[in-house]
Ligand binder design. Structure first.
Ligand code: HEC
Length: 261
């Protein structure tokens, strides 16, 4: 009997007729240009990652993120600004075509198109070439995007008075519930002259908080007598000795706050 003759072949629907087996590619013809993913490549990635992570942790320990002062709903001069990496989006909202009644364009449509467009990236240049000059469409779109982000960030940043903003949003050391030394002779002077506006804990009431400042004793004395900005002159009434005690008290409290921090 010939092979197969008279036999019935039964198909199994669970097995595809052309079963493709996964055969790992043979890279042996590219010596030195490839390496095993596990463990060689992964180990290198992991090493680089941990060096970066440790460096980043050290940086954060050395320079903790600064906090701004407590929110003050009565402060109309406060200038809320996004962090630098969102300044370009913020800048977009300043243009006529993207603000006021058209804000949807600036807030949703344009960023949505730009970021949504990233999904098109795989379909833009389908060539196999990986050099930039072989991928003109995606490369030029990317360059356009980078230039736009840089330019908008620059525009936004150049219109901000950074020194004034730093002054206004001066970070208050966290935990600035500073222990106020009410026994200090300067506190009595403070109570009589400044407390009504700057608060019993120097936390600020009508005037700003007097914690987190870097004024010297002389500067405080001058401000107490001559005023500053919206603080009218002549707030201090008393002797020169009391003025000295007052200023020393405020500076000492600030030094205490900085230490606690
Ligand atoms: C009538 C309310 C009022 C009184 C009283 C007052 N201040 Fe002020 N003070 C202010 C205001 C408002 C400011 C904010 C000025 C500005 O920056 O425009 C200010 C600012 C200050 C500043 C600068 C704060 C900073 O962060 O730059 C100091 C220091 C200060 N006052 C000290 C004193 C001292 C000391 C006394 C008591 C002798 C006093 N103030 C009494 C209203 C007052």
């Amino acid at each position: 009997m010939k092979k197969g003759k008279g036999m019935k072949f039964v198909g199994d629907s669970r097995i595809t007729a052309e079963k493709v087996r996964f055969i790992p590619k043979d890279y042996s013809e590219y010596p030195g240009k490839t390496e095993a993913f596990w463990p060689n490549f992964l180990l290198k990635e992991w090493l680089a990652g941990s060096v970066f992570l440790v460096g980043f942790l050290c940086l954060v320990l050395a320079h903790p993120a600064p906090l701004e002062g407590p929110a003050d709903p009565t402060d109309a001069a406060y200038l809320p600004l996004p962090d630098w990496y969102f300044l370009f989006l913020y800048q977009l909202l300043k243009y006529k075509f993207a603000s006021a009644q058209y804000f949807v364009i600036g807030a949703l449509v344009m960023p949505g198109l730009a970021f949504g467009g990233l999904m098109l990236a795989p379909f833009l240049d389908k060539g196999k070439g990986r050099r930039p000059n072989k991928r003109p469409i995606s490369v030029s779109l990317m360059l356009l995007g980078i230039i736009a982000v840089f330019w908008l960030t620059w525009e936004a940043a150049s219109h901000v008075d950074w020194e004034a903003k730093a002054e206004e949003n001066r970070p208050i050391p966290p935990g600035s519930t500073v222990e106020i030394d009410t026994e200090d002779p300067g506190y009595a002077v403070y109570e009589n002259n400044c407390l009504s506006c700057h608060g019993g804990q120097l936390e600020g009431v009508a005037g700003p908080a007097l914690i987190g400042m870097e004024y010297s004793v002389e500067e405080i004395k001058q401000i107490a007598v001559e005023g500053i900005g919206d603080m009218p002159p002549g707030q201090f009434n008393g002797t020169e000795e009391e003025l000295q005690q007052l200023a020393e008290f405020i500076v000492a409290t600030n030094e205490q706050a900085a230490e606690d921090h």
